[in-house]
Design a protein around this ligand. Structure first.
Ligand code: SF4
Length: 294
């Protein structure tokens, strides 16, 4: 059953995410503009902020590609509306497609028919996590645009390829495909046993705020080294060269099988749009991603 109060909360986070960048991404772009040393790149940051100001003033999506909507749901077993969540998310996406509006981005795999409302087979994508004994609900929303999804890939390395193999995979991917994803990039890297778990962890890494680091000191060190290395390539904002190319590299990992080393990469663009909302059992809520939500 669609829960109308829950739907209005989810519609609000969808609109907010489409129109305004999450606070950490906005601040990261401000810092990059301040630190940029090349004149053309500085000018491009001014264009980006002009774009963002206009989107906020006009209440319009900040990029024409509003992506495919992906929800990461962490729901307590005691949340009273657990049974309503899936239907409510789908209804919110359908209605927001008209009200925000969102571009029609859900195309059937075999008929190539666009459904026209951003719903379809497993669309929106919903990734579930159940929290035992909790009575609240946490939802992360990610809008997966086309260009920024292009560099995404995962593969399984031989374990002896080790850290060097992971670094080579990340550099090869960004050098070959990063320019398609409207830099400066947000780079999520996942490490695990197989291609599937590494890919999922790389998406979860992308959901982590810019400026945070993995708590494992070696993973943290690798995040910093990868960011510095990728910056030195000189891709720059929108791929037109500059002294910085990535906003951050975030790594998430799982212990892996001794005979395999799975690595995945997921990339966000300058317009990395993710929203985060915490909903209590009485349907009061807090938007966590946007300090000044619309
Ligand atoms: S890569 Fe990002 S900024 Fe570029 S068109 Fe796609 S969604 Fe928009």
């Amino acid at each position: 059953m669609v829960n109308s109060k829950l739907e209005s909360i989810i519609s609000k986070i969808i609109a907010c995410t489409a129109i305004e960048l999450p606070t950490d991404v906005y601040e990261s772009l401000q810092t990059m503009q301040k630190n940029e040393t090349q004149p053309l790149a500085s000018e491009l940051y001014s264009c980006i902020f002009d774009n963002l100001d206009k989107a906020t003033a006009l209440k319009r999506p900040l990029c024409q590609d509003t992506g495919v909507l992906q929800f990461f749901v962490k729901c307590g077993t005691k949340f009273p509306f657990l049974d309503d969540i899936e239907e409510t998310l789908i209804a919110a996406v359908r209605n927001s497609t008209k009200s925000v509006p969102l571009r029609h981005n859900s195309v059937d795999c075999f008929t190539e028919r666009n459904t026209g409302d951003n719903t379809g087979a497993l669309s929106p994508w919903i990734e579930w996590e159940i929290a035992k004994g909790m009575n609240d609900l946490h939802i992360d929303l990610y809008m997966a645009g086309g260009g920024c999804s292009l560099p995404g890939r995962s593969k399984v390395l031989m374990p002896l390829e080790g850290y060097e193999g992971v670094v080579k995979f990340v550099f090869d991917t960004i050098v070959e495909w990063g320019i398609n994803a409207c830099p400066p990039l947000v780079v999520g890297v996942g490490i695990g046993t197989c291609a599937a778990t590494a890919a999922l962890l790389s998406k979860k890494a992308l959901l982590r705020k810019i400026g945070t680091h993995n708590q494992d000191p070696k993973a943290r060190d690798m995040e910093i080294r990868l960011k510095n290395g990728l910056d030195s390539i000189g891709i720059g904002p929108l791929g037109l060269t500059g002294s910085q190319s990535v906003q951050c590299v975030n790594i998430e990992f799982a212990s892996h099988h001794p005979a395999t080393l799975g690595v995945g990469i997921t990339v966000g663009c300058w317009a990395t749009r993710r929203g985060s909302v915490h909903i209590n059992s009485d349907l009061t809520y807090t938007i966590l991603s946007h300090a000044n939500s619309i």
